[in-house]
Design a protein around this ligand. Structure first.
Ligand code: BGC
Length: 726
């Protein structure tokens, strides 16, 4: 059932209504709706205005089918490489930062904000809802996803999607499935065991689809177990449509279609950005398949019906985004700032160095272009932000592709810290010269280093080290100034060889268009840090399931060949290769527990300027596992905490899994009783023979924890055996 408060129509009504509209269509009208244009390459293919963006599907006016414009929107209405000159939008922090809030309300507010701006810019379908689990810390797109845990990722993605769709427009969920690295994303074959897939990446999608009810699912570039994701009958028809009862439409990723009949019969409903495929598959080719009986007409009808169902259910059909509207950018900037403040993680704070003492007179900021702004991630999610012209600064290492520009949102930490600490002299130096930086640090009362790591769609990071000479710089500064604070603006985890020497470390991710302000508020204690890591920070690359992006060396060789032979650059293509996800469902922190590896910082970790205690925990079992406990703010300032519940069957060698969490905000001295119920599919294993979920039953260990490694409070209870349909 659709949520009545969302204004969405109940699914059955939407489907019957869609089917009735399809029944009035000619064959050509049906075909017209199942392939979309890529506006930058589609000049002359439509009479309608093409807004430079990701997608465009003409409507059918005499039947009331609206024209649909699609935009990327993971972090805001995207405007990659400024294809719409001067068109700004509110830029949220990275999705990983939002995930670090562990707060679905923050994710929902971000989605609602983006959806409102998209509607006001005439977009009705947003390519948002990225929920691929982080399997490898060097994935170039980790910043666009929600971390490594299926429950956290699924919950946050669902909330984000529901927020977008509260504007009566569609959000996708993407990229279905296992697009877990960018290296070779269009040729790689992601291989994994069925049960493990159901219990990890697919579970994140399943939870997000249940809670967010996205109108559309975007299938991925890569192959999954031998078949392209966009012509994978098992994923699209068996799992998504049969087992999960999904009623919306499956759209392809841009350039991810490889066939007409096979893809249509497997369950792909719409070819996106058709100009990017080798051929346009879902127009004349599909028409020929239908004429020849290779694709049943009933399947075509289902494809169109699903498209219209997604539009009708979300409200986009009846209220198409056709008129530009003013946007309350100031109010939206607050949404971005709140998300950044809730997602920044205080990793380390020895001797309570933070918040900055009011007595600090000379503060030197070093590096990271902190005079200018805060870094953002690259690729199709790139937003041209509000609040001052974004600054593009080329990398000094490696090559940024023409696909993406390295962009700083104009929210200067330097100006924000100056404004927050008028009594202090706050200066900035670029950090290019480590010796000069160390001298400046020594002469100051406190040094704050801004470390940056740019990551982007379409490229993995080759390793987890901070690029350039930043590690040396941090070590040199920390050696000169004991009060050194590192502020990390990174896509995901990086190694910190200097960790022992730096007393305070703040993980700021890509903090969005109000990032400078958010960082200043946390450093100065106006805001109490409350983010928790949604992703494990490894102590070394060797701890990760794979030590490097699979295929990275082949890709480097192919790129070198193409560069050496520019006349035939296109002949040098990366060949398909397998990626074996042998860690299975033991992704992220579960992998670290299984391999007894001590990470740099565990999943779920995050400090506060206050302290929280858990008291009087009571666990009950039976048909469901629930735990009640008091959370007490035992410190002197208000703050937010995220109690986490991890479970495992007693006697099983499987690592503990996050089964529930809740963000709570408490005044000093305040206590609140919290009850958390374990997600049943986390207690279960997927049983392919059943098929479905099977809770083994018996004694379960329950950890009430501050992070994934914390085992200070362990209780046990007996849970009933049970099975659940897939
Ligand atoms: C990305 C998608 C994006 C699409 C349209 C693809 O390259 O993988 O996430 O939505 O382009 O821009």
């Amino acid at each position: 059932m659709a949520d009545p408060s969302s204004g969405q129509a109940p699914a059955q009504d939407a489907r019957s209504r869609a089917a009735a509209i399809v029944a009035r269509m000619t064959l050509d009208e049906k075909i017209q709706l199942i392939h979309g244009l890529f506006p930058p390459m589609a000049k002359g293919k439509t009479q309608n205005e093409l807004i430079p963006s990701a997608g465009h599907i003409d409507g059918i006016p005499h039947l009331g089918v609206p024209l649909i414009r699609e935009s990327d929107a993971s972090l805001g209405v995207a405007n990659q490489v400024e294809q719409r000159k001067g068109d700004v939008a509110t830029a949220l922090p990275s999705s990983l930062a939002t995930a670090a809030s562990f707060d679905p309300a923050i994710a929902r507010a971000g989605g609602a904000m983006i959806g409102a701006e998209a509607r006001a810019k005439r977009f009705s379908v947003l390519l948002a809802g990225g929920v691929n689990l982080t399997r490898d810390p060097w994935n170039g797109r980790n910043f666009e996803y929600l971390g490594e845990d299926p429950l956290l990722s699924g919950t946050m993605a669902g909330a984000h999607i529901a927020g977008v769709q509260s504007n009566r427009i569609v959000s996708t969920i993407k990229h279905f499935a296992l697009n877990s690295q960018e290296t070779g994303r269009t040729v790689a074959d992601a291989r994994i065991d069925e049960a493990a897939l159901r219990m990890s990446d697919l579970l994140a999608f399943e939870i997000a689809i249940e809670t967010g009810k996205p109108g559309s699912v975007m299938c991925a570039y890569n192959k999954v177990n031998g078949d392209w994701a966009c012509e994978n009958a098992h994923l699209l028809s068996d799992v998504l449509k049969r087992d999960w009862g999904y009623r919306g439409w499956v759209m392809s990723d841009w350039g991810a279609v490889h066939s007409s009949a096979k893809a249509a019969n497997a369950g792909l409903d719409q070819e996106s950005g058709q100009e990017l495929d080798q051929a346009i598959y879902f127009a004349d080719a599909l028409k020929a398949d239908i004429a020849a009986g290779r694709v049943p007409m009933a399947r075509l009808d289902d494809m169109v019906t699903r498209y219209l169902t997604g539009l009708i259910e979300t409200g986009a059909y009846d209220a198409p985004a056709s008129a530009a509207q003013p946007i309350p950018y100031d109010a939206h900037a607050e949404v971005a700032q709140r998300a950044a403040e809730a997602g920044i993680v205080l990793l380390k704070n020895d001797g309570d160095l933070l918040p900055l003492a009011r007595t600090a007179k000379r503060i030197v900021l070093i590096g990271g272009h902190a005079d200018v702004g805060v870094l953002s991630g690259g690729g199709s999610s790139q937003v041209r932000s509000v609040g001052g012209a974004p600054v593009e600064i080329p990398l000094t290492h490696g090559a940024a592709s023409s696909f993406a520009r390295v962009t700083w949102h104009a929210s200067s930490p330097l100006l924000a810290i100056r404004a927050a600490m008028p009594q202090a002299q706050v200066t900035w130096i670029d950090g290019h010269d480590s010796a000069a930086a160390a001298a400046a640090a020594k002469a100051a009362d406190v040094a704050i280093i801004f470390a940056t790591q740019w990551t982007t769609e379409a490229q993995d990071v080759p390793d987890l080290s901070l690029p350039d000479h930043q590690n040396d710089l941090i070590a040199a500064v920390a050696a000169a100034q004991p009060k050194t604070i590192a502020v990390m603006e990174t896509g995901g985890p990086v190694l910190m060889p200097w960790r022992a020497a730096v007393p305070a470390i703040l993980q700021a991710w890509y903090p969005g268009q109000r990032g400078g302000l958010a960082i200043a508020n946390i450093l100065t204690g106006r805001v109490n840090p409350s983010g928790r890591l949604p992703i494990t920070f490894p102590a070394s690359t060797a701890q990760a399931p794979r030590a490097a992006p699979v295929g990275f060396d082949q890709l480097t060789a192919v790129e070198a060949q193409a560069a050496a032979d520019p006349a035939h650059a296109g002949d040098h293509q990366l060949a398909s290769f397998p990626i074996d996800y042998t860690e299975g469902a033991d992704v992220g922190y579960r992998w670290y527990e299984k391999t007894h590896a001590a990470p740099l910082f565990p999943f779920g970790h995050g400090l506060s300027y206050t302290r929280f205690a858990y008291r009087i925990p009571v666990v009950t079992g039976g048909a469901k596992l629930s735990i009640s406990f008091d959370v007490v703010n035992t410190g002197r300032v208000a703050g937010s905490d995220v109690p986490q519940v991890y479970v495992a069957r007693e006697g099983s060698s499987a690592p503990m899994r996050l089964a529930a969490f809740r963000r709570v905000t408490l005044k000093p001295g305040e206590a609140t009783r919290v009850t958390l119920v374990a997600e049943p599919r986390i207690l279960a294993d997927y049983d392919t023979a059943l098929p479905g979920w099977r809770v083994a039953g018996g004694r379960y260990r329950v950890a009430l924890a501050h992070d994934a490694q914390d085992r200070s409070v362990i209780l046990t209870t007996t849970v009933d055996a049970a099975t659940m349909k897939p």
